[in-house]
Design a protein around this ligand. Structure first.
Ligand SMILES: Nc1ncnc2c1ncn2[C@@H]1O[C@H](COP(=O)(O)OP(=O)(O)OP(=O)(O)O)[C@@H](O)[C@H]1O
Length: 257
């Protein structure tokens, strides 16, 4: 696909919808785990997807990315199918879903992020290596560039996957629990990078479990529990009512101003 062409086809008006999900229903073994989801994600938001274990958060991301086939409904990225727009999208999968024993170095993993823009024939060269090294520096992992990924800690592996997403230079970033198992320093490093992406008008969609940090980290939120409970600006909809609808009776979170 010609990435530049696709970029130019994005209209220049403001208020663009980056991701649109229509009537999406997804089932495993005939059991629906997402039910009739409608969702519009505006361009440039930093959005948390929250909901209890098994709510369908990962399933929603995988369905948007075409990894899972819905039994009904459709998804579009800037008005077109994911297949046509895949160069605009970067994905940081859930940590547990990655084979960390694969024999490869941190630098190689990050370089893989450049493959999409290279096409089938070209191999990554000096330019791609430079991009990968810069991304490693950004996530504080440059000293580990030649380390096998299996010999990195969980938080370090997470940073490597973030660096891989950064070199993709995408418009939309999907991240499935990027803060899982990372220390406070790494969490701050990651959130600063996410905020930088938002400043650059990228759209960032993050599955997130720590409700306390939602108002501090995110400006948009989607509450999910098989059905979509609510979606919108954090300041308008992150309240006890939606938390209770999503997590069960009398769910309270003290929101720090
Ligand atoms: N491959 C699979 N086969 C069958 N059922 C599955 C499969 N993957 C997920 N499920 C089920 O689908 C539902 C949604 O799972 P999903 O992983 O999307 O939830 P989640 O909200 O991301 O959960 P968590 O917060 O625990 O990561 C769960 O009930 C889960 O058991």
């Amino acid at each position: 696909m010609n990435e530049d062409k696709e970029h130019k086809e994005i209209p220049d008006s403001t208020g663009r919808i980056a991701v649109k999900v229509d009537d999406l229903t997804v089932a495993y073994n005939y059991k629906p785990v997402l039910w009739d989801i409608d969702l519009e994600i505006p361009e440039g938001v930093l959005m948390a997807i929250v909901g209890p274990n098994g709510a369908g958060k990962s399933t929603l991301i995988k369905s948007i990315l075409g990894i899972l086939n819905p039994i009904a409904g459709s998804v579009s990225i800037y008005g077109k199918s994911y297949e046509k727009q895949r160069a605009l999208v970067a994905y940081v999968p859930q940590k547990g879903s990655v084979d960390w024993d694969f024999p490869t170095t941190a630098l190689d993993v990050v370089m893989m992020g450049t493959y999409g823009s290279l096409g089938w024939i070209k191999r990554p060269g000096q330019k791609e290596k430079k991009m990968a090294l810069e991304a490693l520096e950004k996530v504080g992992m440059l000293p580990f560039k030649n380390r096998q990924i299996s010999q990195l800690s969980g938080g370090q592996q997470q940073r490597i996957f973030l660096a891989r997403a950064l070199v993709q230079d995408a418009s939309i970033y999907f991240m499935d629990e990027p803060f899982q198992g990372v220390d406070a320093t790494t969490e701050i490093a990651i959130i600063n990078i996410l905020k930088e992406l938002r400043k650059a008008n990228k759209t960032v969609i993050v599955v997130h479990h720590d409700l306390q940090t939602v108002p501090e980290y995110f400006d948009w939120v989607t509450f999910l529990n098989v059905k979509k409970i609510a979606t919108g600006p954090v300041k308008d909809i992150f309240n006890d009512d939606n938390l209770t609808k999503t997590y069960g009776i009398n769910y309270k979170v003290s929101i720090q101003e």
